[in-house]
Ligand binder design. Structure first.
Ligand code: PRP
Length: 215
């Protein structure tokens, strides 16, 4: 049975394809994609499609994709009706709290304003600290919001730290680490169990190989 696999386009795309290559799969079409969105594997009974992170969860939850590769950041923010079966250990970054150095965010009296693309993650974090917070949803370039005075601080993803540094922001706390995960549709895991377990075994061996080579 063919496995339909939703891949997150953008940041994770290259590393995910490299992992599939390491598994010995036929990803030529994915690498020469032009404007196509659906790609057949040339060696395995696999079909890939490239989607935005949130849509990856949606396709898996609805069973259009049997499996998906998506960042833990997106999983923490929304979606719950899937199995998360493997940490692929790629796309590693973390959720951080940052502000301008002169903003004493954690000692500010009264309500603080936080700009973020991840309102659920941000709300939970400040709730766990017992802090009164107004979350302002921003869709991109979140670092701009404290610079322009819209917010006191931000909750965002940090990978290299370059964006924060270039905008004069400092990290105040780490919320949690993030990496890409393999998620699986619940019904597909019953119907295509062997095929999905084979895929997981292949990916798992690459995860282990990558971990060994970085030690
Ligand atoms: C993400 C994140 C930061 C940046 C961090 O944004 O929101 O802005 O990457 O990366 P760095 O630590 O390596 O500098 P993205 O590039 O996805 O763009 P966006 O802000 O437009 O969503």
């Amino acid at each position: 049975m063919t496995i339909a696999m939703a891949l997150t386009k953008g940041r994770l795309e290259k590393n995910t394809i490299a992992m599939l290559d390491e598994c010995g799969y036929g990803t030529e079409a994915l690498k020469n994609k032009g404007r196509a969105l659906v790609f057949a594997d040339t060696k395995k009974d696999l079909e890939y499609f490239l989607v935005k992170a949130n849509d990856c969860i949606t396709y898996v939850e609805h069973g259009v994709a049997d499996v998906g590769v998506v960042g833990k950041d997106t999983l923490l923010e929304g979606g719950k009706d899937y199995y998360e079966l493997l940490d692929l250990e790629i796309g590693k970054c973390k959720f951080i709290v940052a502000s301008l150095p002169e903003t004493d965010l954690f000692n500010k009296v009264g309500q603080i304003k936080i700009g973020t693309k991840y309102p659920t993650v941000a709300r939970q974090y400040f709730l766990s600290k017992g802090m009164d917070v107004e979350i302002i949803k921003i869709d991109g370039s979140v670092e701009l919001s404290p610079l322009l005075g819209l917010c006191d601080g931000i909750v965002d993803i940090m990978e290299t730290g370059t964006t924060l540094k270039e905008n004069g922001l400092v990290v105040l706390d780490t919320v949690c680490p993030i990496s890409a995960r393999l998620i699986v549709n619940k019904a597909a895991f019953r119907l295509k169990r062997n095929e999905i377990l084979d895929l997981i075994t292949d990916l798992e061996s690459v995860v282990k190989k990558n971990a060994a080579s970085t030690q």
